[in-house]
Design a protein. Structure first.
Length: 299
């Protein structure tokens, strides 16, 4: 593994790799790596000749200053995790570049002016609640695409809407990059792994698996209940969780949204039959202990 902090150094390493016809895999991350990220990196290492992992907390995708400030930054531990992954797996890739630029290196001209639009895909769920977020993601991902020139790019399905946005970005900019969505990795108790989990108090961490448990029950209910009834049940179950369970320190779930959407268009469906072609996905955002957690369930 080699750590690179300068964009120019990444560009010259990529140029050399391209001259040897090496296939490059890109795993964009914001660091604070966990097993979910490692599963993306492992897959990239197995499917490509060279892998670029970016670790960059992208300020322009945060619409909440406090969230940006509190975002965990653990570069040294992240690099150790990548090293230990490489040591324990068989991989096709001969080289992994960990790209850890500063904000100034990534945005030398200051805050980028470009804005991306994604139409109906960004008008639901995260879109209206985090204005500018997806455009900020698109700006940094495009920059990473330009620098790393990957054949394949790996993204986790926990950020389900982000994958749809990146798919749309690739259509807009016409880059022939293969988007590889990777399944959510969960803790043994079902909680979707997330860098934000490390901000949960022990008591909140003990409660958090109820999110996935509720979604799993919702998937069973979908066999015989209408879409709206499943939606209402999920929101009510989590919102009233503290009334029926022993939750310490006044902890409670505050659901922000739960939508059942077409798996490709991301538009909310009114009936299961509306998603017959693409399938349906339930996407949730819930506050717990001052931390915003997201998760999905496929129906
Ligand atoms: O999913 C993330 O961690 C970020 O949104 C990404 C794709 C690395 C862009 O900053």
């Amino acid at each position: 593994m080699k750590q690179i902090t300068r964009a120019a150094d990444l560009q010259s390493a990529v140029k050399q790799a391209k001259e040897q016809n090496l296939e490059i895999g890109l795993v964009p991350t914001m660091g604070a790596l966990h097993e979910g990220h490692l599963s993306l990196i492992e897959r990239a290492l197995k499917e490509n000749d060279m892998v670029v992992v970016s670790l960059f907390v992208n300020p322009i995708q945060f619409n909440n200053k406090e969230d940006l400030e509190k975002y965990p930054r653990t570069i040294d531990a992240d690099l150790k995790l990548i090293e230990s992954l490489i040591a324990r797996i068989e991989c096709r890739a001969k080289e992994l570049l960990a790209f850890t630029p500063s904000v100034e290196e990534m945005y030398p001209q200051g805050e980028p002016k470009e804005v991306y639009h994604f139409g109906p895909i960004e008008e639901v769920m995260e879109g209206p609640r985090r204005p500018g977020h997806f455009s900020g993601v698109a700006v940094v991902v495009r920059r990473l695409f330009d620098l790393a020139q990957p054949k394949r790019a790996y993204f986790g399905e926990k950020d389900y809407q982000q994958i749809a946005v990146i798919r749309s970005l690739l259509e807009q900019i016409k880059y022939p990059i293969e988007l590889v969505p990777c399944p959510i990795v969960r803790a043994d108790d079902g909680l979707a792994l997330s860098s934000r989990n490390m901000r949960l108090s022990p008591a909140a961490r003990a409660m958090a698996p109820a999110i996935n448990a509720t979604l799993e029950q919702a998937a069973e209910m979908a066999e015989y209940e209408e879409v709206d009834d499943v939606k209402e049940w999920v929101l009510d179950t989590l919102a009233s969780y503290h009334e029926v369970n022993d939750c310490p320190d006044g902890l409670r779930f505050e659901p922000e949204y739960f939508e059942i959407v077409d798996a490709v268009t991301l538009q909310p469906i009114a009936e299961w039959a509306n998603a017959e072609q693409n399938g349906a996905v339930g996407c949730i955002a819930v506050w717990l202990d001052g931390v915003r957690l997201i998760d999905i369930v496929k129906f």
